[in-house]
Design a protein around this ligand. Structure first.
Ligand code: G3I
Length: 347
């Protein structure tokens, strides 16, 4: 009798209590319902100088990726002389805001320091340099990086290996070496291969699939594949879900690592809606994949974006506009996250 009375009283209290002015849940809160981390690449100048940017990064996202400050040219501008300062600021910010860090990027053909590209090193010299950079970098951040982009963009569109200093001098074995060294330097970090234009099942993603399948068979410590998802409003992926599922079936994690959806300027209602549909579709495919563990946008506001400087006449690629106002894409991402939990089942 007392228990029933307590329940009745409880219900009455709930019915009469003034409704608290609840602020809408953040993207990170909604994503957590799906055991997903949602993230953004971070422009460190904006983080330092723009209070609105800083507040949004800290509140909306549960993982952050340095847009540039963990790249080789920034970390090791002179051989053996490291500048950890900017990267450490991001790692510190992430710790303050309960965010996981995606380390970006250990082995790439872009943004390398002049001392590395200006000299024609022998294979033994270059392998020693690569090994040392990986051990120094992964060792410095040991225990503070959730996922590392160990090797980035190693393939051409036709599935052949990209002609870089790494392939030319070291041969294809540089990829397995990089993963082994990163694992030795931090056994607890999740180690990813990362690339663009591998959203759909195509010659490039087939080559990535064959690579990671073979690496796993050889016992090379690789944990995941990062799908960058640099997209346009008129070219949504059509086989992303099947693509993510096949990596899932290999026992790998997947992640959307650099999503943005650019358009020919100026924006209009139709382009903004198409953009929203593309973002929602990519997020939905990740949510439908059991081990798609994070969804990261490559910047979240049109105020700071790499796109206009790279694709002349294009822009407006992000979730918020240049005044941090939500665009239809932001609303679409929220709606997809807020929808009832989808079964995160691989095929
Ligand atoms: O730091 C210099 C600065 O000292 C100089 O004054 C200024 C003007 O020349 O350039 C600055 O460097 C720029 C750097 O970003 C840091 O802001 C480079 O010019 C510029 O090319 C570089 O662009 C970055 C680009 O990678 C380089 O390839 C973008 O910000 C960054 O968003 C973009 O990110 C890549 C991912 O790492 C990998 N996936 C593709 C993605 C888009 O390209």
């Amino acid at each position: 009798m007392r228990r029933i009375l307590a329940i009745v009283v409880g219900i009455l209290v709930l019915l009469t209590a003034p409704a608290a002015a609840a602020s809408p849940p953040t993207l990170r809160t909604l994503a957590a319902r799906h055991d997903l981390r949602i993230g953004t690449a971070v422009d460190m100048s904006a983080l330092a100088d723009d209070a609105v940017y800083r507040q949004r990064v800290g509140s909306e996202f549960s993982t952050v990726t340095p847009e540039n400050v963990m790249k080789w040219e920034v970390l090791e501008p002179q051989r053996g002389q490291y500048d950890w300062s900017a990267a450490d600021r991001l790692v510190g910010f992430a710790r303050q805001h309960g965010q996981a860090v995606r380390g970006h990027v250990l082995v790439w053909h872009n943004q390398l320091p002049a001392w590395l590209t200006a000299t024609d090193f022998s294979a033994d010299e270059l392998r020693a340099i690569l090994r040392q950079h990986i051990f120094d970098t992964v060792g410095h951040f040991r225990g503070r990086i959730w996922q590392w982009d160990v090797v980035n963009e190693a393939f051409n569109e036709d599935g052949t290996l990209r002609d870089t200093i790494w392939l030319r001098t070291l041969g294809p074995g540089y990829i397995a070496d990089a993963f082994r060294w990163a694992h030795q330097a931090d056994p607890n970090a999740k180690l990813f291969y990362n690339d663009y234009n591998i959203e759909d099942v195509n010659a490039k993603s087939d080559a990535v699939y064959a690579l990671v399948r073979d690496l796993r068979r050889q016992g090379v410590p690789i944990d995941g594949v990062g799908v960058q998802a640099h997209l346009t409003v008129d070219a949504a992926p059509t086989t992303l879900r099947q693509n993510l599922w096949r990596f899932d079936r290999l026992g790998l994690d997947t992640a959307i690592t650099e999503a943005d959806v650019r358009m020919v300027m100026p924006p209009d209602a139709a382009k903004l809606q198409a953009q929203a549909d593309v973002y929602r579709g990519v997020l939905g495919d990740c949510l439908a994949t059991r081990h798609c563990i994070s969804f990261t946008v490559w910047g979240f506001t049109d105020k700071y974006s790499w796109v206009p400087g790279t694709f002349t006449g294009e822009g407006a690629a992000n979730l918020l506009d240049e005044n941090f106002r939500p665009k239809p894409a932001y609303d679409a991402v929220r709606a997809e996250l807020a929808a009832r939990s989808v079964a995160r089942e691989a095929a």
